[in-house]
Design a protein around this ligand. Structure first.
Ligand code: FAD
Length: 317
């Protein structure tokens, strides 16, 4: 079976869950091969990638790969595609992943599918388009399929692969070195899961009312082991940091459960969360558009409903 290259997403050498999901998808369609970009490759990372089915791990460990912005990863992948002729390339549909996918598609004269929420036989992808308003079946008809898959689209399944390592040396063009990374600021890794990878997300909107009141949202999130999100109205008001904004101009999330409290359900917010498996809306306006989308709706004041919900969840632990 042909190889399917999976670009590894990692933070400080720790393989992110989305990579395990991509390996799981790759195994269903061919032979998964992980591609490690940049320094930080460890025996633990190798073990993790092999545990989820990587038969080969291509390690492009040069500092240069991550020393410049995005372009080196696309160039390294293009080189690997030229050498290995894989059946497909899978990346995570993160901001960087999508840029890598686009650049790689140009370099390899291939088609690209972004925001895939499923991938089946013949690399037919289920793709979320128009800001998440419509799902279509899409297939690449030119070159090799390059597919950017949203985190949480597939449950990762362990299945041992050989994990055979192969070093990749890359000679980067000057063009790939045109934007250099001058500083990395480490984001404090709180106790909560990362927003785009969380299985449960609890988001608050303008209805929360103030920065202090976000403790109500955080309380429920912590009871559920969830990430906290926010609407743009809440982030623009300075009630919650912008990096937690969900929506068209924020993060795209695809959790198992999304709880929207005090959020009206504007199209730009929906764009970032409507592929969630189950949506619960808490809003005091029964006419709020979020209820059209919600699987479960509670009409009520979130300041009463959310603390009660938190208490109930805590009782059942
Ligand atoms: P509102 O629309 O004001 O809704 C607040 C809701 O809270 C209401 O439904 C109200 O009934 C309810 N409420 C009030 N008090 C309570 C209470 N005590 N208990 C329960 N419910 C209560 N928005 C995003 O979220 N993400 C984006 O990425 C984004 N990108 C955008 C990009 C562009 C180009 C544009 C033009 C807009 C974008 N927006 C985005 C903004 C979007 O259009 C909405 O303005 C925004 O989502 C509204 O946020 P909200 O639902 O919190 O506020």
């Amino acid at each position: 079976m042909s190889e399917i290259l999976v670009l590894v997403e990692q933070v400080d050498g720790e393989v992110k869950k989305v990579t395990l999901e991509l390996l799981t998808l790759a195994r269903r369609l061919g032979t998964p091969a992980a591609v490690w970009a940049g320094p930080g490759y460890t025996p633990e990372a190798k073990a993790k990638l092999a545990e989820y089915g990587a038969e080969t791990i291509y390690v492009a460990g040069s500092e240069e790969i991550t020393g410049y912005v995005v372009a080196p990863k696309a160039e390294m992948l293009a080189q690997l595609v030229g050498e290995k002729s894989p059946a497909a390339v899978l990346v995570a549909a993160t901001a960087e992943g999508k840029e890598v996918a686009g650049r790689l598609a140009v370099k390899t004269d291939s088609g690209v599918i972004t925001d895939a929420v499923g991938l089946g036989d013949g690399f037919v992808a289920e793709q979320s388009i128009f800001g998440g308003g419509v799902n279509v079946q899409a297939k690449v008809s030119r070159g090799i399929p390059i597919v950017a898959v949203r985190p949480n689209s597939t449950a990762p399944e362990a299945a041992a692969g050989a994990g055979a390592e192969e070093e990749v040396s890359v000679s980067l063009s000057d063009a790939a070195k045109s934007a250099r990374v001058v500083e990395r600021v480490k984001q404090e890794k709180g106790a909560r899961p990362e927003l785009t990878e969380a299985a449960i997300v609890v988001s608050g909107g303008r209805g929360v009312g103030s920065a202090e009141n976000f403790s109500v949202i955080e309380g429920l999130a912590d009871a559920l082991g969830a990430a906290v999100g926010a609407s743009r109205a809440a982030t623009d008001a300075g009630w919650y940091p912008h990096q937690f904004q969900v929506g068209q101009t924020g993060k795209t999330v695809s959790p198992q459960l999304y709880i929207a409290a005090g959020i009206s359900g504007a199209i730009q917010h929906r764009a970032g969360m409507q592929t969630a498996k189950t949506i619960v809306a808490i809003n005091k306006d029964p006419e709020a558009p979020i209820f059209e989308l919600a699987d479960y709706g509670v009409v009520g004041d979130l300041h009463q409903v959310v603390p009660q919900l938190t208490e109930e969840v805590d009782k059942r632990k």
